[in-house]
Design a binder for this molecule. Structure first.
Ligand SMILES: Nc1ncnc2c1ncn2[C@@H]1O[C@H](COP(=O)(O)OP(=O)(O)OP(=O)(O)O)[C@@H](O)[C@H]1O
Ligand SMILES: [Mg+2]
Length: 149
């Protein structure tokens, strides 16, 4: 996508668009490798970005995935236009999924996306309003935190 630079960018995601599913997270992964982010961090970002991207495609009408890379951190913000999540605590439970059968037949709907995002990131915030939409903020530290700093 031409609007994306190595340090920040936006991908547009469409609900139900399975043909290009995963392309935003894989493009972000290539960018992180290009700018020299450590392999193990690239892997964690790619997993979290992929789960967040798939959740918009599977569960939402449409949304965006934005990223920002600084010397300090990689920040991913995923916002969608609804339907929103009624009970976030329930949605965060491993194994909880509302994915319909046709989605499960494609191999999705294990209910592990949100728990995996949380597990692989250094900071994970999720906000949702039913009828409005869901926003995820996912942060990965690029610098070791020093106890004496
Ligand atoms: N962006 C979203 N909009 C609306 N509902 C969502 C969104 N993301 C998650 N959910 C709800 O939270 C549930 C749990 O999400 P999670 O990603 O953990 O599992 P899943 O998407 O159902 O399955 P998997 O991610 O393992 O393929 C979903 O089944 C859905 O009900
Ligand atoms: Mg999911």
């Amino acid at each position: 996508m031409t609007e994306n630079s190595p340090s920040e960018g936006t991908f547009h995601l469409m609900g139900g668009e399975f043909t290009n599913a995963g392309s935003a997270s894989s493009e972000l992964k290539s960018t992180l490798i290009k700018v020299g982010v450590e392999k193990s961090i690239v892997r964690r970002v790619a997993i979290a970005a992929f789960e967040a991207e798939m959740n918009v495609i599977i569960h939402a009408v449409a949304g965006t995935l934005r990223y920002e890379i600084t010397t300090e951190a990689v920040t991913i913000t995923v916002t969608d236009m609804g339907p929103g999540i009624e009970n976030i605590n329930q949605a965060m439970q491993p194994g909880y999924s509302t994915a319909p059968d046709w989605v499960r037949e494609m191999g999705w709907g294990a209910g592990m996306g949100l728990p995996n995002i949380s597990k692989h990131s250094d900071l994970f915030k999720i906000d949702s309003v039913v009828g409005e939409g869901t926003t995820l903020e996912i942060i990965f530290d690029l610098k070791e935190k020093n106890a004496d700093s």
